[in-house]
Design a protein around this ligand. Structure first.
Ligand code: 2RA
Length: 337
């Protein structure tokens, strides 16, 4: 029989998606242990035709667990990682706690699955899930990087409410209703109006003027591509969309790559779908990507500002909770089997 699986942070948006994805992919688990804070312990979750009681996450939670999927915030992972590893549990962590730690694999299975070679059920260890905006960008760009070498990448993101959690999704809907009713909108999650508005990503601003979300895209790309020299710059924006991120990406390439060569590379890439219908002006939208496994790519075009075939522009949409978090983590868990 298969591994026993724990979900730390099961009541959150990503925790709930872990349950859906494990079932959808018929993950060969032997036992499922939903874990959450004391506040949520005792609640029930429905999974695979079973009604399971949520247990409180403690240092002893992992003694009978082979794989633990974490999405409970970095401080929780840091607090319990050693206890889990000492119990021979393999952690797949969706938080940023260990992403940049030397020796911790930072994995997108379709991109750098080889970097977790040797990580298997039965051993204790930790593998980091990249940030959602990084996963979505690199699912689309890595095939082009492999084909022609990316020298520089400029990314503008249009990030969904789900990235800020279920409460942010709930507040967006509430504000929409309040705004349409002509009422003052509720501002508990964000200090400003979110409905019919957009704003710079809510993560803290660093000393360079970039916010932490943008710096994650820069640093995680360097680690995942094992290329500290690729130039990456990003502007991350929160937009009033529920659960799929969109990203506009400009690439400067080391070698020429025509639009048709780029499309061919994307077409043959697992986890990537193309929506690039110029005749009908039909390109990826967040609703195309919502609840879907793939990342959707379109607007593939030669960068006309260059005058050669070493520049490409593209537009990408991907589900932040699914491929941006839960699906990617479960795909990592599948590689542990
Ligand atoms: C966001 N990347 O979208 C974050 C989610 N962890 O805010």
């Amino acid at each position: 029989d298969g591994p026993s699986v724990a979900i730390a942070g099961v009541t959150g948006a990503v925790g709930q998606e872990f349950l859906r994805v494990l079932k959808e992919r018929d993950f060969p688990y032997s036992k499922l242990k939903p874990l959450a804070s004391a506040r949520s312990a005792g609640k029930h979750v429905q999974f695979d035709g079973q009604d399971i009681v949520v247990e409180e996450l403690t240092a002893d939670s992992f003694k009978d667990v082979d794989i633990a999927l974490f999405s409970a915030g970095g401080s929780i992972t840091k607090k319990f990682a050693q206890a889990a590893i000492d119990s021979n549990c393999m952690i797949v962590d969706n938080s940023s706690a260990f992403r940049m730690t030397d020796g911790v694999p930072l994995i997108i299975p379709e991109v750098n699955g080889e970097d977790m070679a040797g990580y298997k059920v039965g051993k204790g260890g930790i593998i980091a899930n990249p940030n959602c905006s990084t996963i979505i960008a690199l699912m689309a760009v890595t095939p082009l990087h492999k084909a022609a070498g990316v020298e520089r990448m400029v990314i503008s993101t249009y990030q969904a409410a789900s990235g800020a959690g279920q409460a942010a999704m709930d507040e967006l809907v509430l504000q929409m209703r309040e705004f349409l009713d002509g009422k003052e909108v509720t501002k508990e999650i964000f200090p400003l109006q979110y409905a019919f508005n957009l704003f710079s990503h809510n993560s803290p601003i660093t000393d360079t003027g970039y916010n932490e979300e943008e710096m994650k895209m820069v640093k995680e790309t360097h680690k995942i591509w094992k290329d500290p020299d690729v130039k990456v710059t990003a502007t991350c924006i929160r937009v009033p969309v529920m659960r799929a991120h969109a990203e506009s990406i400009n690439l400067q390439l080391k070698n020429p790559l025509t639009e048709s060569e780029a499309r061919a590379a994307l077409n043959s890439s697992p986890g990537v779908s193309i929506i690039d219908d110029r005749e009908n002006n039909r390109f990826p939208t967040p609703l195309d990507a919502t609840s879907r496994d793939d990342v959707y790519v379109g607007r593939v075009r030669r960068d006309i500002s260059r005058g050669d075939d070493k520049g490409l522009d593209l537009f990408v949409c991907g589900d932040q909770i699914k491929k941006g978090a839960a699906l990617n983590a479960v795909q990592i868990a599948e590689l542990l089997l």
